[in-house]
Design a protein around this ligand. Structure first.
Ligand code: CTP
Length: 407
């Protein structure tokens, strides 16, 4: 019984896959979990509360008030009781309500009151799943620190075939067990992460920038927090809003500001992950007023910026771990290893622009991890959240190898 003593709130929403929630519930209970089922009103159109209460051994909650005696179902108590909230299946409507705090049922109020981690297993038709509005909501939920159990590909209730099918109940049970089994290996550790682009001012209205979205750096920050660490994220200008209280964001704009922030913070940390796409050059002079179109050509003289990763590499103590990124187009492996040596890094994450689905702006990445032994580990194309998990796992092994983590 791998889940004995665990309190789980199982949220069920109105999807054809709701019938699978019964198998899921049975799987959780079999493993010893105490489960409180919360159903949305439309979930009850797909599966009865009698089935779910019989399997969980507890009355199902779905209304704010009990119709029998008018007693109040406290979503706050439920949110505090739970060690984990699992929402499976989660419809597009529920994902939208969770992402935007639309509290019109017991499940969403419980979600907003929950102090525990939340896992979400979406289920919907393939076109609904890949609609930009739905994908945007999933990204918002991920950024809020929720764990998404990606739907699988296969035959859908609509008769179509594609991605949107809720992951199988036995796989979800294993994910839950894995989640509880994970030791918070980076507890009491503090990491610095850099993310996003830098903007180098030309005049009051123009800058030199790049296409970095910051997604990879923010995903790493979340993953470090999940492993128990505290994170200070020095972020260039990005669209992402941080909502995780364990992540302190220091917003900067230029390479110079990022350098200053990192140099000040690094000595108090156990290490840093340099994920930002820092400008290598910046204008020698910033025009005080808008540059006018007076001539046919314009020369802007640039000077190199400070290499933040390199400077941290110089400052690094034996107790600290320094991870860098390398975006390469040619001789990728040897260039990345040379960068690791030059900047005194412990680990370098290589992205090749030759790999489809890797690099700026996209939600996926394909990486190769290279350590000081120059023995590259190649990874498949994955979501940036999964890539972040691989990077943090490599950091943990490196710290264990060096004896920097207690057993
Ligand atoms: N980096 C940094 N400060 C800079 C430039 C880069 O901290 N001024 C960091 C990046 O965050 C990344 C690593 O150094 O972790 C490598 O960045 P990359 O742009 O690939 O390498 P460069 O050193 O700029 O070399 P080149 O552009 O010649 O490949």
């Amino acid at each position: 019984m791998r889940l004995s003593g665990k309190h789980i709130v199982l949220g069920v929403t109105g999807s054809i896959a709701a019938y699978k929630a019964a198998y899921l519930l049975r799987g959780l209970v079999k493993e010893g979990a105490e489960v409180q089922v919360v159903m949305t009103p439309s979930a009850k159109e797909f599966i009865t509360s009698v089935t779910m209460s019989a399997l969980s051994g507890k009355p199902v909650i779905s209304e704010f008030f009990s119709t029998n005696d008018g007693s109040w179902n406290s979503h706050v108590d439920l949110g505090q009781w739970a060690d984990l909230m699992l929402i499976a299946p989660a419809t597009a409507a529920t994902l939208g309500k969770m992402a935007h705090a639309v509290c019109d049922n017991m499940l969403i109020t419980t979600y907003l009151s929950a102090k525990c981690p939340v896992m979400i297993a979406p289920a919907m038709d393939l076109d609904m799943f890949r609609h930009p509005a739905n994908l945007r909501n999933i990204e918002l939920l991920r950024a809020d620190g929720n764990l998404i159990i990606e739907p699988g590909e296969g035959a859908l209730a609509s008769g179509l075939h594609g991605k949107g099918r809720m992951e199988e109940p036995d796989v979800i049970v294993e994910e839950v067990i894995k989640f509880f089994g994970q030791k918070k290996k980076l507890l009491n550790k503090h990491f610095l992460v850099t993310a996003g682009p830098t903007y180098e001012k030309i005049d009051p209205v123009r800058f030199i920038g790049n296409y970095s979205s910051g997604k990879m750096g923010y995903a790493i920050a979340h993953e470090l927090v999940r492993a128990g660490a505290k994170v200070t994220l020095v972020s260039g200008p990005v669209e992402i809003k941080n909502t995780n209280p364990q992540i302190k964001v220091i917003a900067v704009e230029s390479a110079h500001e990022m350098h200053e922030a990192c140099i000040g913070l690094f000595p108090q940390t156990d290490g840093a992950v340099m994920c930002a796409a820092v400008a290598d050059f910046t204008p020698v002079q910033v025009a005080g007023s808008k540059i006018k179109r007076e001539k046919d050509d314009l020369m802007i003289q640039l000077k190199p910026t400070r290499d933040i990763a390199s400077d941290l590499g110089q400052m690094k103590s034996d107790q600290q771990l320094l991870v860098g990124f390398a975006l390469e187009t040619d001789d990728e492996l040897s260039n990345a290893f040379a960068k690791l040596t030059r900047k005194n890094l412990d680990l370098i994450v290589l992205n090749s622009l030759n790999d489809h689905g890797a690099g700026f702006g996209v939600d996926t990445n394909k990486i190769t991890l290279i350590g000081k032994n120059n023995n590259p580990a190649f990874f498949e194309l994955k979501s940036k959240a999964e890539v972040a998990a691989d990077i943090v796992a490599a950091m943990v092994s490196e710290m264990e190898r060096k004896g920097k983590l207690q057993e």
